[in-house]
Design a protein around this ligand. Structure first.
Ligand SMILES: [Zn+2]
Ligand SMILES: [Zn+2]
Length: 314
């Protein structure tokens, strides 16, 4: 099925004139928050299962799967014939039938735009989130890691280059919640121990993208200590076979350096009288200078004395 879509992305590169943007209501597309309940156990002897398999009614499955397969192939041939409007329509149909693959393709279409479709990062993010939700509904031992990487990398690109947390808080936080669920599954060694080498590499790339986005979130909330921890996690996950993920690992290093300068390093010593509390409860009683935020004082008097040095300097 995936091979059937190989030339989709090459088609997307040939972006021609853009007209007639379809109207998409982002809010109707954002999936509800993921449930915290674990994935349902996989059925035994379920030979028809695939990425499109969402319903667990045995008798209902095969027609849906073949319907989705047909829709995806038709969408591909429409895209090849440059009838992107029709192609999108078919992908939307397949998405409503529960195809994570179709949702991911729509995410790609809206991310870059094609001749009949304007680039629209909100719709793109919405489709990627839908794809994530559909993937998450499948027991994790059946996850298509290539598809998951495609979705996470696409979403991560939107986080890094298109969205601003303040402006797009809704989409941003929906994405973060979804990615946290994926991350908590993939950081479990019981899940990854079954992976072959290729999927292990994809898993690393996915986790780098996710933790980089989590770090960006902490950074924009000015939680610098948390952000540094997450960038450090990106570095610890380490390099993999994927270029963009590796770039993020390198970028994490410079981010850590940059953020360390933003964290005030307050020594637990009074700047004026050198009083050095030993008990933690007394350390907490120290007053941090609001002006320089790098020193503390034991009392109002000592703080006032220190503040006077700021006045002299300026
Ligand atoms: Zn003092
Ligand atoms: Zn000061």
């Amino acid at each position: 099925m995936r091979a059937c879509f190989n030339n989709f992305s090459s088609l997307l590169k040939k972006q021609e004139k853009i007209d007639k943007p379809p109207v998409i209501d982002f809010r109707t597309l954002v999936p509800e928050d993921f449930e915290d309940s674990p994935c349902p156990p996989s059925e035994e002897n379920n030979r028809n299962s695939s990425i499109f398999n969402l319903s667990r009614k045995k008798d209902a499955l095969p027609p849906v799967v073949s319907q989705v397969t047909t829709l995806l192939c038709e969408a591909e041939s429409k895209a090849t014939a440059k009838d992107f409007g029709k192609s999108v329509e078919l992908l939307e149909k397949a998405t409503t039938l529960g195809s994570a693959c179709a949702a991911a393709k729509l995410g790609l279409v809206y991310r870059g735009g094609v001749s009949d479709v304007n680039p629209d990062y909100a719709s793109s993010a919405a489709y990627y989130l839908l794809a994530l939700k559909l993937i998450y509904m499948i027991p994790n031992e059946k996850w298509d890691m290539s598809l998951l990487l495609e979705v996470i990398a696409g979403l991560s690109e939107i986080f890094r280059n298109k969205m601003q947390k303040r402006k797009d808080d809704d989409i941003w936080m929906s994405g973060i919640r979804a990615m946290r669920h994926i991350e908590s599954t993939l950081q479990d060694p019981n899940v990854t121990k079954k992976f072959k080498q290729g999927d292990l590499q994809r898993c690393k790339a996915i986790r780098i993208h996710i933790n980089y986005c989590l770090a960006m979130t902490a950074e924009s909330d000015q939680e610098y200590t948390e952000a540094i921890k997450l960038y450090e996690l990106c570095k610890r996950i380490g390099e993999c076979n994927f270029k963009t993920a590796n770039k993020l690992v390198n970028k994490s290093q410079s981010k850590i350096k940059e953020l360390k300068t933003k964290i005030p390093k307050v020594k637990p010593v009074c700047v004026n009288c050198d009083y050095e509390p030993k008990e933690l409860s007394d350390i907490w009683k120290l007053l941090v200078c609001s002006k320089c935020q790098v020193v503390a004082a034991c009392s109002r008097e000592c703080l006032t004395a220190h503040l006077a040095t700021h006045v002299k300097k300026s």
